[in-house]
Design a binder for this molecule. Structure first.
Ligand code: ATP
Length: 438
């Protein structure tokens, strides 16, 4: 993990939040490459949901909601809490499995009896800080979907089965944030809620489980590093009738990256009860009125991003490029899928002390920049620059050499095969577009 963390920081993927003040509560900031990669992941998920399915539509609900939502959803009651013991001396809190000898694992102090600690992040809305103005930062994005169920069915004339997709921030006051961006207090979720007839929920659960596993594999996750784990009743989330976790084998062990949940009618029926608004669905054909059951697919952006980074990270001893001098030298290759890799193209002049090469390279860079996320690099030997690109997963490297000046063509180097080909500058945009397409 330390290698991934170091690469992420060194190359501008991920920085510690508020670093100059010593960091803050396990928060992380996404640097220039991180934000591109995150954006790519979200875009691939979103278009996969919305474009590939005629009956999935989108929503972007507010983070701050009426606190009654969280009463109805069960998040304010014991359902969304960790059982912890607190050290009377250093006041740190620990889960049962972290305590070995009935004393504080950090300072050896005496521990309190186990108590429930709610994971909701509390905040105050408006100028007065009192109970009446208390609300919460949402711990999951899907409640915004349930409370809009009626609005969406009416305005979009949805027919069951159909899905609503949403991407957005969620917050949990995690007691023990750890493993870099795996468990943080602020994160993004990509959630799709599939509303179906109760009798069909099991069938849809199986279909969505398969579909979501395929999504990860299609983006390059190695089969041996992915598994689906059926969660037994006593370990399930409070709303789940059935739960399968899709797990990735991280360097620190298996960890959940996505949850598939059969939430039954838990949410819609509870919101109907608490709000007094009937959220049942009326089937025009069968004249049946019922609470649809919900199959949810919920995937974390940061956890998935970390899984993709770990999955793509390779160290090649002795190097794969001719320019690696020592056999002991190690080259890093990040072979991220073309859809998610942050930088698609790099443009390099062969040398930087020839003004005519630099000028031409900058022209090519300007030509490509509107179409692709593109970097210009003129510092260091050409081999060193190739390696710098490989390390962040640059797909294609365009080199401007002396022949370019005569022939108006360039070389394109492919990250994975390292093959180089000459292409006319006038064809470059089309050639790259073609290669980057599906
Ligand atoms: P865990 O058991 O690891 O706490 P969870 O079962 O509570 O996770 P869900 O409620 O199913 O997680 O949330 C769906 C997805 O949201 C998870 O699979 C994960 O990718 C992401 N997620 C949940 N909590 C966090 C967190 N604290 N930090 C980063 N991502 C998270």
């Amino acid at each position: 993990m330390s290698k991934i963390i170091s690469l992420a920081k060194r190359r501008g993927f991920i920085f510690q939040s508020s670093e100059i003040y010593g960091g803050f509560g396990s928060g992380y900031d996404f640097g220039p490459l991180g934000v591109e990669m995150k954006g790519n992941l979200k875009q691939v998920w979103w278009s996969g949901m919305i474009k590939n399915h005629e009956n999935i539509i989108g929503l972007d609900a507010a983070i701050l909601m009426n606190p009654k939502v969280w009463q109805a959803s069960g998040h304010l009651t014991a359902g969304f809490a960790d059982t912890l013991r607190e050290c009377k001396k250093c006041h740190k809190r620990f889960k049962k499995d972290e305590i070995k000898k009935d004393r504080c694992p950090e300072c050896g102090g005496e521990l309190t009896k186990p108590r429930k600690f709610n994971l909701m992040m509390r905040t105050f809305v408006g100028p007065v800080q009192e109970e009446a103005s208390t609300t919460y930062l949402r711990p999951e994005t899907c409640q915004g979907i349930y409370v809009n169920f009626g609005n969406i069915v009416r305005t979009m004339r949805c027919k069951i089965p159909f899905g609503i997709a949403q991407i957005g921030k969620a917050f949990r006051n995690e007691i023990n944030p750890k493993n870099f961006i795996f468990r943080t207090r602020e994160f993004e979720q990509m959630e799709m809620q599939w509303f179906c007839h109760p009798k069909e929920a099991n069938k849809w659960f199986e279909l969505w489980k398969k579909e979501r596993i395929k999504w990860h594999l299609n983006l390059g996750i190695k089969k041996e590093n992915l598994r689906a784990k059926e969660i037994p009743a006593k370990e399930r989330a409070h709303y789940a009738k059935r739960q399968v976790d899709i797990e990735y084998r991280f360097p620190f062990g298996w960890g959940e990256i996505e949850g598939i949940h059969n939430r039954g009618d838990w949410d819609l029926s509870n919101h109907s009860k608490h709000s007094g608004k009937d959220l049942r669905y009326f089937d025009e054909g069968s004249k049946e009125k019922y609470f649809p059951h919900v199959v949810e697919t919920s995937v974390g952006v940061e956890r998935t991003l970390l899984a993709f980074l770990c999955n793509a990270y390779q160290e090649i001893k002795g190097g794969r490029t001719r320019t690696t001098k020592s056999a002991k030298e190690v080259e890093i290759l990040l072979n991220l899928d073309k859809k998610i890799t942050p930088v698609k193209v790099a443009v390099l002049p062969l040398v930087r002390n020839k003004p005519e090469l630099v000028k031409k390279a900058k022209e090519v860079y300007q030509l490509l920049k509107p179409y692709f996320v593109c970097q210009y690099d003129e510092v260091g030997s050409i081999g060193r620059r190739y390696r710098r690109g490989d390390e962040i997963g640059v797909l294609y490297t365009i080199t401007i050499d002396f022949e370019t000046l005569k022939e108006n063509d360039v070389t394109i180097r492919d990250r994975d095969t390292m093959k180089q080909e000459r292409v006319k500058i006038k064809d470059l945009v089309e050639v790259l577009k073609e290669r980057l397409e599906d």
